[in-house]
Design a protein around this ligand. Sequence first.
Ligand code: CA
Length: 499
Amino acid sequence: MNLTPLPASFAVAPWRLSGVVYGALVNHAPQLAALGEAVHAAPYKAPPAHPVLQVRPRHTLCGPDSVVAVPAAVEVGASLGIVIGRTACRVSVDDAPGVIAGYAVVAELGLPLDSHYRPAVRFKARDGFTVVGPVVPASEVDDPDALALQVLVAGVLRHTGHTGQRVRGVAELIATVTEFMTLQPGDLLLLGADTPAPLACAGDAVAVGIEALGTLSFSLCEERVVPASVDECPATDGTDLTPRGAVARVAYAGAVHVAKPHPHGLQLADGRVLAEDQVQWLPPFEVGTILALGLNYADHLKELSKELTVSAKDEPLVFLKGPGALLGHRGVTRRPAGVQFMHYECELAVVIGRTARHVAAKDAMAHVAGYTVCNDYAIRDYLENWYRPNLRVKNRDGATVLGPWFVPAADVPDPHALALRTRVNGQLVQQGSTANMVNTIPALIEYLSSFMTLQAGDVILTGTPEGVVNVNEGDEVVCEIDGIGRQVNTIVGDGMFGR
Ligand code: CA
């Protein structure tokens, strides 16, 4: 690949990011060394073989001089933020520096953890817990893997470290991450913090410095729980999420259109009627943060109980996905050569329509705009026991299918009484009912909004029932939910992707 230099104007973008933040975890070499033989014992069973990553969604982002509300003492991790400047898909280590626009000081806040196996997302995915400093152009940083860093809390130096003490340095991290997920210009990849990180409390002023990048200052205050009434919550942030009847977004004849169902396929807003296979189907709404539930069906829980250490009494198992994973109806999903077990997961996707923070279950459904069908593919071969399920299993390019239709909540009398099923090449392989969810939609909204602000366009993938089996190249996978839609996807091999 021959990369020309980036235009200077890009490299001095303001702190507000246009993209998504992906953080590397357990990337501090002394941290892994300190775990010693424990990395080979349960629950980990082996040291991480690939980068351990987590999405830090939009509600966690804030800038310099912010005041971040905390429920208790938080760890303050000093992390190098790598600002991506060009689309990065399967980039080699040698080419990796060419996709970097710049760097930023990032403070990764988190509640202290005692395990890296499967911590609840509420430890890190809280409002304001990713503090991002100004972007410094890459040309001003000689060696990003050789920068001193420090953390001051209330004016006292509490931590010193070095960006070089990483399991994977900057270029290797970019290469190993982009092997399965594409990074876009404006995305931010965090190199990860030293562990243990120093603690700070409400009332503290915090300063995180990285050599050549400067110092990022912010402060902490006490989190107050003030339940908001539904009427006070702003509705849709510009996106019309309350249409009458089902709608889709499709590309046709060089433009993106809104479409509605028609007996012959679909009808564009301008009146044209088209067959399903005449258009490119896009995810049916502008997708914000993607929250996915693991093990949220009683039957699926039972099916997997042998390998699990969880029970239905535990808090919901939630993980986060990035937008690059999304694909529309009638798309193709890649099955890498050599894997043994890739499976679909048919799920009811719940789309948030208005801001939700500290919402009680009884008020929760007023925050739901509508629903769509999701097929949340997984490749079990890649499962590791660090921040499970890891993104290499669950956040692959084009492996989270949404659509075809966004169905308004008003058209779905009871979302907890919907039959769902999956057919592979016409054969019924999975069926269930949303009545068997362990955590219902109101319970999930109450839980999530207790530590994060849900916003219009955010989507909750509510889990899948039993019956997941392997799919192969050439298979047609159809996920259906009664009253919501019928979604088609085809599994393809590596050949279609060129490399
Ligand atoms: Ca799932």
